[in-house]
Design a protein around this ligand. Sequence first.
Ligand SMILES: Nc1ncnc2c1ncn2[C@@H]1O[C@H](COP(=O)(O)OP(=O)(O)OP(=O)(O)O)[C@@H](O)[C@H]1O
Length: 769
Amino acid sequence: MDRKADLPPPAASNHLIRSRGIDSNLTSSSSSSSSSSSLPPPDFLHQAIAAYKRHRPFGGMHGNIKRATRVLVPQTDLQKGINSSSSVTYNEPGKAFPLTRAVLESRKFVSETNDHAENRATVVAELQEDASITPPSVGGTLTAIGDNKESNFELQKVNIDLLADQKKSSIAVSSYQVPSLVALREDEIKKENSTSQSTLMTTDSKMENISSYLHSLALTEPEGYLGTQLEIKDPKLQGHGNIEAFGTSMKYGGTILSENRKEPNHDQCYRESVTRYSVVGSSSATALSVNTGPTIQSTHAHPTAQMSFTTQVSSLAREMPSGSKVLVSSGEQVAVRNDPDWQIDNRHNVHLAEKVNKELHDDANCPPQPPLPNNLSSGIEASHPQPSKVEKSRQKKKYDPNVFFKVNGKLYQKLGKIGSGGSSEVHKVISSDCTIYALKKIKLKGRDYPTACGFCQEIEYLKKLKGKSNIIQLIDYEVTDKILFQAVANDLGNIKDKRIKDDEFIYMVLEYGEIDLAHMLSQKWKEIGTPGWRIDENWLRFYWQQMLEAVNTIHEERIVHSDLKPANFLLVRGSLKLIDFGIAKAIMCDTTNIQRDAQVGTLNYMSPEAFRCNESDANGNTFKCGRPSDIWSLGCILYQMVYGSTPFAQYKTFWAKFKVVTDKCHQIGYEPVSNPWLIDLMQRCLAWDRNERWRIPQLLQHPFLVPRVPKELVLFADQHPSKLIVERISTYWNDPDVSRLCSQLHEVIEKLEKEHKDPTNVPVDSNVS
Ligand SMILES: Nc1ncnc2c1ncn2[C@@H]1O[C@H](COP(=O)(O)OP(=O)(O)OP(=O)(O)O)[C@@H](O)[C@H]1O
């Protein structure tokens, strides 16, 4: 059924149109009607709250208040609008663009300014909707319209009203925003001019975080209305990845404006949240404004999600620092809390908005409503079944755990799962100050206390390594199981044999790494086989040195990592940092080795002694793991960086690996490489006998990293370097052909050197070309 057909004709509000900066004569063709602003405020408030709770436009409850037309178009109609011949033809007659609803409307809106009479009614309807139901707290004026290149989003500029007192230079970022924009402080936003309609500009890298946040909201909160009216002025940002993030949020109906935006995917349905969010920044503090009011009811909106989103924002508002301004606006009026300095124009509206705020907060304690079937989502009263357990816990938590993590009272919005290890999940998150972190969540349920204590050990190591630039930094952590928390600090005592029964977790907020070495390597190895490919020695040196330094840092702190592998080196702002101290062990003061309770590590990188840790050899000597075990792992990583696979990769099963790695007589194969020092370096790390392995300070001085040509010449005064190299190579290959070739090479090098010293001494019949 076409719901649009059921709707009363749209009405316009001059008031709103003014606030949006649209010439009021554009509305002349529309029927006039009442607006919310014409209702006595308490009625408005009650209706707003009641409708909000019902998740449907309260216009519907009031005969003469018109519903928004755009949001009541069912998906099928939307699809029709997009896919069928009814696509909007724009500017260039005859050229049809398949557009999503959001784009269609934006263009209609634009078309109004272009005097496209046919679209005028729709624009009016949109304006009326805002006017009669929820006047926006911030008005915008579309001032520039781009061309209509296919698949681009044309609107290029939106002027945004200043919401707050000019003297205080507070800036309203947009009418529909997200909480994390609180970090968009005034010093990161320049006003283009000082009139009440100023164009926001931001060129700061915060944009990346914000866009990424929006992106995440688009992903995690499909019902959220993510339109953010920001003009992106910085050419660097145009076409940058973060624009894509905006593009994604636009899919959900936002009017985020930037040049050359890609057309949203038609498969994405158009959704809007009942609740709108707005953020105000001031010179002295940041503020969060929550614009309530059932503005739009999408046929696809998910009431539970809307509720939870509201709850999250309320919760975020509570999380904000005490100096922050929490604004709640109902309609275009804004109330300011916690800040006596804030200029308030209209006391009544402050009162009104505060009431709305209170209701909003009360709402967070109301049971969320179950989702309505799509076809019933507007106009039908939902029944209120008892809240489920999950819902109850959500109410208790006052934030949606599907969207946020709470660590030590701070909320972190999930941006997506990065990876999961043997015992944990790692998520990309964003904090309220728009910083991206990695959040490691270790599930404790079902684990015994000694194991859980082992997990906490990682926190101890990271605390010990705080401030070390080549170790991932622990920002915050929480152990939700209080018994465990105390046991770690004191003693396991009588809980040794007990298990954790409840849903308890360890949360660790960590510095975020962009990519790990494993992924970098797999990218690098795609180049293999391309014509002219050869090992990039400088690339190798650059990262090898950083790896050595990172491991040296922990060795100096008497910590053995025990699980060194490419995935545990993360690139953070261009530098490699070490992560995952899950199985690291501290070296006792009176020894250089560690005792292991169980076999640990990742097979391909495990040293012979790690395979046989704590066992005894034929002579009764115990295999112990210590720093050399980490050196072996580094050797395996270097081998992988040089050849593309670890030295024992061809042995697939555990036992095959065990056998070959623990076999003292097994010879690791080294294919020739352009720089023989590289082979020497690998051999220094992969010596079977752990006592023969070089230590990190030596490795940092190895000729591969520190070419010492003059020093070498002095050191081997009686030996020509080429001879030395040739000798070493022939030793390794022990092959007459290799020896012969090496001798020839040596002769050639000597000849060349003679020529270099005395250019007149060039043999006439030189076979050196
Ligand atoms: N700080 C971080 N920034 C970005 N990604 C991270 C971060 N920490 C971990 N990861 C990603 O999450 C994955 C798993 O993390 P981690 O290795 O710490 O977990 P684990 O349970 O100890 O894993 P494993 O079983 O491999 O030892 C890593 O391989 C890495 O890709």
